[in-house]
Design a binder for this molecule. Structure first.
Ligand code: NAD
Length: 270
């Protein structure tokens, strides 16, 4: 039997003594998760491409910043090594770094397709590969991959994004099978629209195309959601907290929507 932490189940302080690595930790969902897990007692290593913002968040939470691109194996290995060297091991990986590109299959460039796949899918695989040896040594180890509601239900004009996030759900299930016997749980969260830089960029593009203001565009999108609003990044961070915690000790291989109950809006109909 794998060792689990069922007996050690506790509330918020469960993360004291835990070490988390978060990719794309400088902004949005990644930064919110870094702050949240750190508040709950975890030691946190964040990695990303933008040294200045990365260092600001790391200083704020008393964590470690590792500048690097998940497109390279070297950066992923260095991030895991930073966790082990600074904090003595690694318990959780939050594979959050991602990009979005616009375009239908016959519009999107080959470069955009390749880059999206390389970061959204390849980056998750690379960081997992680097982390598996360290995670295997810790009871209650867990990985959370940040997929998307777009990976559960397609959305228009985002061919590589939809494909990468759909494949990421498959990768999550495959990892859950292969790593479960080693005591590592692997799950995905699938956010709907979350108020981050990525969403701002997407909405600006859409607003221009539809000749609307960004606020009007957001309003038109969220009216299709039962909860009628965007998510705050902390609302995704709290679900990540649940999935890595011992409260989820018998959950692996799921893709959990965190989408305000909404269906993907066909932005073509805005
Ligand atoms: P964001 O742009 O604020 O965060 C993405 C982070 O990933 C940034 O800090 C960015 O610098 C980093 N990153 C990008 N490419 C990288 C690379 N090659 N190496 C290292 N870091 C890299 O946006 P966010 O909304 O917080 O996105 C976080 C994750 O959530 C992404 O995977 C995104 O696809 C997913 N997501 C977001 C939404 C949304 O509405 N915001 C919805 C569904 C899924």
């Amino acid at each position: 039997m794998n060792s689990t932490n069922i007996d050690n189940y506790s509330s918020e302080n469960a993360f004291t003594g835990k070490v988390a690595l978060i990719t794309g930790g400088a902004t949005g969902i990644g930064a919110a998760t870094a702050r949240h897990l750190s508040r709950l007692g975890a030691r946190v290593v964040i990695t990303g491409r933008r040294a200045d913002v990365l260092n600001d968040v790391a200083n704020e939470i008393g964590g470690v910043a590792v500048t690097g691109d998940v497109s390279t194996e070297e950066a992923c290995t260095r991030a895991v090594a930073a966790a082990v060297e600074n904090y003595g091991g690694l318990d959780f990986v939050i594979a959050n770094a991602g990009i979005t590109r616009e375009g239908a299959i016959d519009v999107e460039s080959e470069d955009d397709w390749n880059q999206t796949m390389d970061i959204n899918l390849g980056g998750v695989r690379r960081v997992a590969l680097a982390a598996i040896p360290a995670l295997s040594e810790r009871p209650g180890a867990a990985i959370v991959n940040i997929a998307s509601a777009a990976g559960l239900r397609a959305t228009p004009n985002a061919c590589s994004y939809v494909t990468s996030k759909t494949a990421l759900i498959g990768l999550t299930r495959s990892m859950a099978y292969d790593l479960g016997p080693r005591g590592i749980r692997v799950n995905a969260v699938c956010p709907g629209w979350v108020a981050t830089e990525m969403l701002e960029m997407e909405m600006s593009g859409l607003a221009k195309e539809k000749n609307l203001s960004v606020d009007e565009t957001i309003d038109r999108c969220i009216r299709h959601y039962p909860l009628r609003r965007l998510a705050d990044p902390i609302e995704v961070a709290r679900v990540i907290e649940f999935l890595v915690s011992d409260k989820a000790s018998f959950i692996t291989g799921i893709a959990l929507p965190v989408d305000g109950g909404g269906d993907m809006v066909d932005v073509g109909t805005l």
